[in-house]
Design a protein around this ligand. Structure first.
Ligand code: UGA
Length: 450
């Protein structure tokens, strides 16, 4: 099928490349001309494992192209996937102006019937507004538009695998024709009939994804409710970690056993600096805003947000307890991205932490395997190290702010020798307290006996 993708951010680029990978003819546009230039020159505006080679292959085989001409892109596709950003407004609501802008272009430029698929994360009822906007802006035009919601559940760092091996594909539709068309688009994924370009545990024999057909509003709600629940789960684990710390229990032991209950599940129970990124924090806010506007008091989620904001204070408290005075002390920071396997630093707890350290007068030397280029502009007073060992050199404390596997696998004996004082504060419970103690470190983490 001929597919147009509007928006070449995380969602758009991954969706476009994966749709091309499973056999469609995809054209992708973005309002950011420099991003398109980078892509056309064979570069990647983001770091996402497996994506670069996939984009290169699809372009070579002419299944994927980029174009700055939005009108031409609208004309090209039978289905148009809207993947533009929906950033938070100051009041917490989602800014839907990019969606409105796309609706205007689609409505005025389309020359044949279009299926318009909303893939950006949006509050429930956006689909209804989108449909209305298409009809208002397209007044007088002879083409028809059908609207669907097809939320994505990609996680940064594993986005390609998540797209090609999802556990469910949710489609919010209003008629059978739309459902059929979407099923055609996803057929190779549903039948697992494509040559998977990445190594994935569920590949090649894992269970096929569930095909979930709902109303448009339900599909929109599923996405926001899922992300908010994940945020809630993390905040809950963080509170239990605080309690475990006071009671002398071990949060790792507690969550391991909790997670064995299939009703709870083992994931998203890791305590630490809390959740960041461009999805969970903003989706939580937008969901609270939507609830409020709909007359539903969802204070539970506000509390989850508050707990998350307090994580940095709590970590900072641990730093201060260990160091006494922070001013002028050399401190190494491992990790800047909001989570491992990405270079994304948007709403990253690590960045807030570094800002706090700088404000308090610490001398910060930071290292991240992928995110330093993006962080440089944001952190002008930070020295960037060449490696984790380099960040540790001469430091009086080493902080772990992102759970990169690379940090787990460091030669920690060597790290200790590099440091002026062997003090590690682990904001992600990445390492074993017993092993760190054996290696001669003073080691603090969350919810575990020191
Ligand atoms: C999240 C959702 O997990 C995806 O399903 C969704 O599609 C995506 O948002 C989106 O809306 O686009 P993502 O933001 O990539 O994906 O990252 P997560 O893996 O959810 O992690 C979010 C944050 O929570 C990270 O800062 C991570 O370090 C933190 N986290 C995660 C914890 O603090 N503890 C945990 O146990 C798990």
């Amino acid at each position: 099928m001929k597919i147009s993708v509007i928006g070449a951010g995380y969602v758009g680029l991954v969706s476009g490349a994966c749709l091309a990978e499973i056999g469609h003819e995809v054209v992708c546009t973005d309002s950011d001309a420099s991003k398109l230039r980078t892509l056309e020159a064979g570069g990647m505006p983001i770091y996402e494992p497996g994506l670069e080679s996939m984009v290169a292959r699809a372009r070579k085989e002419r299944r994927l192209r980029f174009s700055a001409n939005a009108a031409e892109v609208v004309t090209a596709g039978e289905a148009i996937f809207i993947c533009v950003g929906t950033p938070p407004l100051a009041n917490g609501d989602a800014d839907l102006s990019a969606i409105d802008h796309v609706a205007r272009i689609v409505a005025t430029e389309a020359k044949s019937p279009k299926l318009v698929v909303e893939k950006s994360t949006v509050p429930a009822r956006t689909g209804r507004e989108l449909k209305r906007a298409l009809s208002v802006y397209g007044r007088g035009a002879k083409v028809t538009f059908r609207v669907a919601s097809n939320p994505e559940f990609l996680r940064e760092g594993t986005a390609v695998g998540d797209f090609l091996h999802p556990d469910r594909i949710v489609v919010g539709v209003e008629d059978d024709t739309t459902e059929r068309q979407l099923k055609d688009i996803y057929k190779p994924v549903l039948d697992r009939k494509f040559n998977c370009p990445i190594h994935n545990p569920s590949c090649p024999d894992g269970p096929p994804p569930a095909w979930v057909v709902t109303t448009i509003s339900s599909a929109e709600l599923i996405k926001h409710a899922s992300n908010s629940f994940l945020a809630l789960k993390i905040s809950y684990a963080n509170m239990v970690a605080d309690l475990a710390e006071r009671l002398g229990a071990d949060i790792g032991e507690v969550t391991r056993a909790m997670g064995m209950d299939p009703r709870i599940g083992p994931s998203f129970l890791s305590p630490g600096l809390g959740f960041g990124g461009f999805c969970l924090p903003k989706d939580l806010q937008a969901f609270v805003f939507l609830a409020e506007r709909s007359g539903v008091d969802f204070n539970l989620l506000r509390e989850a947000e508050k707990i998350n904001k307090r994580r940095i204070d709590q970590f900072y408290q641990k730093i201060r307890e260990a160091l006494w005075v922070v001013r002028d002390k050399p401190i190494g920071v491992l990790g800047l991205a909001f989570k491992p396997n990405t270079d994304d630093i948007r709403f990253a707890p690590a960045i807030d932490l570094v800002h706090r350290l700088i404000e308090e007068g610490a001398r910060v030397r930071a290292y991240d395997p992928e995110a330093m280029e993006k962080a440089r502009e944001l952190l002008p007073h930070v020295e960037f190290a060449k490696s984790a060992y380099d960040a540790a050199k001469g430091s009086e404390a080493l902080l772990i702010a992102t759970e990169w596997d690379e940090f787990r696998r460091l030669d920690w004996d060597r790290v200790r020798r590099e440091m002026a004082r062997p003090l590690v504060l682990d904001g992600r419970n990445l390492l074993s307290p017993a092993e760190m103690k054996k290696l001669g470190f003073e080691y603090r983490s969350f919810g575990r006996p020191d």
